[in-house]
Design a protein around this ligand. Structure first.
Ligand SMILES: [Mg+2]
Length: 272
């Protein structure tokens, strides 16, 4: 795709996110928990849910919820004590799988990471195929499901991994990226919490006509000045996330012009 600053080949970013990670590990290791509403955490008065199984989420239980509230929403909720040593061990297993594909790995937590697979160790052209292979290997090695988002920057890759969760993947291409952002509620922006969302709404940011979304930034992956100049934490978060350099000098390389690619969900074209 072409942009204001000349031309730069879109990068290929994969965001991998394990599904209900701690809860899934507990269900994997204890068959009695499978199919049950599980909360990892302590049921004590001041306890908080660290992770909820999908069965528990159906009742509105989610992570960071006070255990007391969770129990009220789901009386049959089973609390399981966290085993961080096990979660860390699984995390190392999945990172070893990532490392088969790229050295450019940016972990966000034990169960989430961005991978820049633009130039990958397998010489694979199609990022969606890389994501599929990684998810299959994670399943094979750990017995756990992961979801993936594939896009041309980290922000959109992270958004995409949520679209077909659990155990799915989605692609946001350079062509459909701006339209995707256009319809995105402001509170969905990574880094925008309820307080910032409220502030942004007051400033008129978040309406469909919002400048933040119409900014040429969204069709120009390297042009983040516009957002930074707005000075909001969310804007700089978005700008930061959207620079996909991973600190690797090769990411800054100038590339030959690209024409835009089909919007097809399978988006084989994005993959080049
Ligand atoms: Mg996760």
């Amino acid at each position: 795709m072409t942009n204001d600053e000349g031309s730069e080949r879109p990068r290929k970013i994969v965001h991998i996110d394990m599904d209900a990670f701690y809860a899934s590990v507990e269900q994997r290791d204890n068959p009695e928990l499978r199919g049950m509403p599980v909360a990892v955490g302590y049921p004590a008065a001041r306890g908080v849910v660290a992770a909820a199984s999908y069965e528990a989420r159906k009742f509105g239980v989610h992570s960071a919820m006070p255990s007391v509230t969770a129990k009220r929403k789901c009386p049959d909720l089973i609390f399981v004590r966290p085993r961080f040593d096990v979660y860390r061990a699984v995390s190392l297993q999945i990172r070893a799988i990532f490392a088969e594909y790229t050295p450019m790995i940016e972990p966000l937590s034990l169960d989430e990471a961005y991978l820049d697979v633009t130039e990958n160790l397998k010489g694979m052209e199609i990022a969606t195929e890389i994501a599929a292979e990684i998810r299959a290997k994670i399943k094979q090695v750990t017995g756990l499901n992961a979801s993936a988002g594939i896009s041309y920057n980290k922000f959109l890759a992270k958004m995409a991994s949520d679209l077909n969760k659990p155990n799915g993947h989605a692609v946001i291409t350079p062509k459909n990226g701006p339209a995707f952002v256009e319809q995105l509620p402001i509170k969905k922006f990574h880094g925008v919490g309820p307080a910032t969302a409220e502030k942004m709404h007051r400033l008129g940011i978040g309406a469909r006509t919002s400048r933040i979304r119409r900014s040429s930034f969204w069709s120009n992956i390297s042009g983040s000045r516009d957002l930074i100049s707005m000075g909001s934490p969310a804007a700089s978060t978005i700008a930061r996330l959207s620079r996909t350099g991973f600190g690797n000098p090769s990411a800054q390389k100038t590339r030959s012009p690209r024409t835009s690619t089909p919007t097809n969900r399978r988006a084989r074209a994005f993959s080049r």
